[in-house]
Design a protein around this ligand. Sequence first.
Ligand SMILES: Cc1cc2nc3c(=O)[nH]c(=O)nc-3n(C[C@H](O)[C@H](O)[C@H](O)COP(=O)(O)O)c2cc1C
Length: 376
Amino acid sequence: MNGAPPLSNLIHLLYKKVLQPFLFQLDAERAHNMAVQGLRFFEKWPGSLEFFQSQFVIHDPRLEVMVRTLTCPNPVGLAAGFDKALEVFPILPYLGFGFMELGTITPKPQKGLEKPRLFRNKARKAILNRMGFNNPGLDAALHRFEKGRRKKLTVPMGLSIGKGVNTPLEVADNDYLHCLGKAYSLFDYVVLNVSSPNTPYLRALQAVSPLRKLLTQVSKTVQNIAQSTGEPSKPVFVKISPDDSDEMLEAVVRTAVECNLGIIATNNTIEPHLLGPKWAHEKGGLSGRPLKDKANAVLKRVYQLTRGAIPIIGVGGIFSAEDAYEKIRLGASLVQVYTGWIYEGPLLIPNINRGLLKLMERDGFKRIQDAVGTAY
Ligand SMILES: Cc1cc2nc3c(=O)[nH]c(=O)nc-3n(C[C@H](O)[C@H](O)[C@H](O)COP(=O)(O)O)c2cc1C
């Protein structure tokens, strides 16, 4: 199995044959919460983090990626939405991730939408969610982050921020600026989530005029902080939707370049009919395998419009090293995984990293960073 140590193959088998069948019988959100509790239990069990590290972390300098002020030991990160409440982030670097994104967090705590709100489609390796930014709120999140970040093994960590569900669109900027101001000094990067499908009208913020206003203010805030501290600015990314017209996408990308912000492509799609007619009327955002082609088309367009001027993180439908490598060759400096990790299990991350080393060797790249944007 991809040169993995024998014990991690056993862990993989246990996940696939015992844990996953058990969890997949439960309501998906309940299963997620149990998995989170399980991870927290392991954190307290002496020696378990070191054991995870020995099984899941691939050390190879060729995998290291530098993106502005971030140095990631490998390009495979955890996407936003898994650790919404900042409960397990200290453990996740021990599972092999090269960076991670926490949240999305809003200024005040939110319960999210009515349950059930998380669904699996096993046959299509997809997840449909309408969580609606359930999160403990900014202050609790920052408190948890400060308390939990003292582990030995750490990787760059970003915070995804969003607007509160009851904040009118006209004053949504205040929510982003408030979260940015408080989170900036603690996190390695910040993400403006303007593309979740589950907060009403949020995606309207991607329209040219509101987006320009928001991104300009964000960029000024970051510059001011950098000037006053004398430190280089930390990267800020805008996470975009895969469902916009080409015209809108171009405008969003142009504005991000003007403001010198990176792009994360993409969030979930609001086209559940990709799962077949039975799902066509379900509300929510679709992730996993059916999202891959759409997300890759957006990534490709973003890279063609920017050609390395701003960093891009590629996300959507990664289930293998080949999927990750495709995104890197399409122009992503870093990639993120969520749904693939749930379906393939904990060995996916080291397998992607091992596979990336093989693919870059095959193609004659000395470092994974050299493969970025070489698909054209
Ligand atoms: C249950 C669930 C919750 C999510 N919550 C968030 C979120 O809070 N903020 C965000 O930016 N993206 C969120 N996402 C989107 C993911 O970060 C990612 O963009 C998307 O799932 C595509 O990647 P994947 O196909 O690897 O899952 C969520 C995805 C899932 C499945």
